[in-house]
Design a protein around this ligand. Structure first.
Ligand code: PLP
Length: 380
């Protein structure tokens, strides 16, 4: 049974709008591969992937084998690309299932050589090359050894070449991204000059897809933007500076309902640690959501939720399973009234960016950390 005291609603129309926005940017002929890693950035893996395909996604990108398997088991038919580490004892399953996956070292290619021989099946690999992020990625000096391994093992297909930007969303100065792009182009030319013909050349995340068509090549891997979130303020400002009129629509609304409403006299403490003391007679609502659910403890005395379309400040510390909010100024509050923790209610909004600012992080972390056990449901 799912935990239903607090739940997440996923707007099908907003998700569709975002996917179609990226489709319009990249055109029909390129592969749109939205990333659904980290439980679809907290939005629900098995719920979002089919909606994305319905909206026009060609491939789906995950981080790990278990996510790919879960999606296949739910009947998803499109190619699945695994972008993160596949452990040695998982590689057989990746090949057996025909998943597409990233490779960035000789060690994995040696493993794949024996696995593909044994299974007599091809491995669909995308070679990640180093261009400046120093995360995954084959270093230029190791490239020849890697290419030899491909040459000597024809069952290991190099169907793609990939790279990832280090700071494209962190700044309005894109000189480092330009440098990475140049490095990438040189390596791609070198590999193609060695008579490899990879079909899928990709490097673009959301920020690159919004800002730089020259990063598209033949496939893009958009992430946070699919969920209607901007990668950063800098990306938003850069887009405006470039005259790009792009509207992304947030997909998630995180809700709960009021468990209790109580009168608290002036001068009373609220919650653990007695960190909040009422300055006047107050009406406090107790909500059944806490840091277990992903409502960060840093929001203690530092956030508001929306009740009847009005802001209700969080009072006292966020507990494991409860928070207290001040509803003194909200009319007619009663138990079971719906509360918005993240998203819109009436004219008010708590954005993922706002919540990220309250706790000193980024919107990505706010949504991905919402507990997977919470019910996700699709709304129109
Ligand atoms: C390899 C790779 N590609 C694409 C993405 C999508 O990035 P974004 O969510 O910024 O669009 C990520 C996310 O971190 C990633 O790791």
């Amino acid at each position: 049974m799912e935990h239903q005291l607090t739940w997440v609603e996923i707007s099908r129309s907003n998700l569709k709008h975002n996917i179609q926005t990226f489709r319009e940017l990249i055109g029909k002929e390129r592969i749109l591969c939205p990333a659904v890693k980290a439980n679809a950035y907290g939005h629900g893996l098995t719920l979002c992937a089919p909606l994305m395909v319905e909206a026009g996604a060609d491939w789906i990108g995950v981080n790990a084998l278990f996510e790919a398997v879960e999606l296949r088991e739910t009947g998803l038919k499109v190619p699945i690309y695994i972008m993160g580490y596949i452990a040695k004892d998982e590689l057989s399953a990746a090949v057996e299932n025909g998943f597409h996956f990233v490779v960035y070292n000789a060690e994995t290619l040696y493993e794949l050589a024996s696995i593909t021989q044994k299974l007599q099946k091809p491995a669909f690999t995308h070679l990640k090359v180093e261009t400046g992020i120093h995360r995954q990625g084959v270093l230029p000096e190791d490239l020849e050894e890697i290419l030899d391994l491909y040459r000597n093992n024809p069952l290991i297909q190099m169907e793609g070449i990939a790279a990832h930007f280090a700071n494209i969303e962190d700044t309005t100065d894109h000189s480092f991204a330009e440098l990475q792009l140049k490095n990438f182009q040189k390596i791609v030319e070198k590999i193609q000059g060695s008579r490899f013909t990879p079909k899928y050349i990709h490097t673009a995340n959301t920020a690159a897809t919004i800002l730089f068509p020259k990063t598209y090549f033949t496939m893009v891997r958009t992430g946070v933007g699919n969920y209607g979130l901007w990668p950063s303020n800098e990306t938003y400002v850069s887009a405006l500076q470039e005259g790009k009129n792009i509207l992304l629509k947030p997909v998630m609304t995180w809700k709960t309902k009021i468990a209790q409403v109580k009168k608290v006299p002036s001068g009373s403490y609220v919650g653990y640690g007695c960190t909040y003391k009422t300055g006047h007679d107050s009406l406090i609502a107790v909500l059944p959501v806490g840091y277990y659910d992903g409502y960060d403890r840093g929001l203690s005395n530092n956030a508001y939720v929306l009740v009847h379309g009005r802001r209700a400040p969080v009072r006292g510390r966020v507990c494991m399973n409860m928070i207290m909010v001040d509803v003194t100024d909200v009319h007619d509050v009663k138990t079971e009234d719906e509360v918005v923790l993240l998203g819109r209610q009436g004219d008010e909004e708590v954005s993922a960016e706002q919540m990220a600012q309250w706790i000193g992080t980024i919107n990505y972390e706010v949504t991905t950390r919402i507990n997977e056990k919470l019910m996700r449901k699709v709304v129109p």
